[in-house]
Ligand binder design. Structure first.
Ligand code: ADP
Ligand code: 5GP
Length: 198
């Protein structure tokens, strides 16, 4: 699998970790910086109420998705809960060539798949302070039923064991502190993306 243009100052940033660890919260803050571009995946899952094609996802039917797989349009793709999801290559290459940070928020399985494909980038694992805090955050978010929360917590225990495979781990205890650490890691705290210095 080819890596994005290596001579550019842009780079891919993968933010990953168990459900409820704070990925979305941290990514939203990172996206306030216009040097960061969010990766919009393609999917075959039906659009949910409130979603817009091209905003949350590019919604494709299964035939079109398969055609794009055949055409080599995806950096990676996977079947999740019976639907197909994939990261598109063109926006990644374009953002990296433009010197941007191309932000991919993805679950642990997806991040490790990208890593296995040797897609060049910075892989960051967001760690919750403890299982108890993770439970409290998932319950506090109030977006999932209790059985779904129990399933996610069980999965989180396994996902935590994969943290060492990432380039860096950020402990999301205090949000401001974790965000500052992330900004520093990516090189956005001094007004200059890290890659430009090289
Ligand atoms: P993920 O995207 O990893 O599933 P979220 O960003 O949705 O996780 O965070 C899960 C919940 O925890 C949300 O309600 C969020 O507001 C809250 N949260 C995230 N980070 C912190 C933090 N450092 N301290 C307290 N609550 C947090
Ligand atoms: P949802 O349909 O709830 O938005 O997402 C379901 C799952 O699909 C999540 O676990 C999410 O991480 C995963 N997902 C979303 N986009 C991609 C992608 O581009 N590639 C892979 N491998 N998984 C994705």
């Amino acid at each position: 699998m080819s890596a994005p243009e290596a001579t550019s100052s842009g780079r891919m940033l993968v933010i990953s970790g168990p459900s409820g660890c704070g990925k979305s919260t941290l990514c939203k803050r990172l996206l306030e910086d216009d040097r960061v571009e969010f990766s919009i995946s393609a999917t075959t899952r039906p659009m949910r109420e409130g979603e817009t094609d091209g905003r949350e996802y590019h919604f494709l039917d299964a035939d079109r998705f398969r055609e794009r797989v055949e055409a080599g349009d995806f950096v990676e793709w996977a079947e999740v809960h019976g639907n197909l999801y994939g990261t598109l290559r063109a926006p990644l290459d374009r953002a990296v060539a433009d010197g941007k940070i191309f932000l991919i928020e993805i679950d642990v399985q997806g991040a490790l798949q990208l890593k296995a494909l040797e897609v060049e980038g910075l892989y960051v694992f967001i760690s919750p302070p403890s299982a108890e805090v993770l439970r409290a955050r998932l319950e506090g978010r109030a977006t999932d039923s209790q059985p779904v929360i129990e399933r996610r917590l069980k999965k989180a225990a396994d996902e935590m064991l994969e943290a060492h495979r990432y380039d860096a781990t950020i402990l999301n205890d205090n949000l401001d502190r974790a965000f500052a650490e992330l900004q520093g890691l990516v090189g956005l705290s001094n007004g200059c993306p890290q890659g430009e210095a090289r």
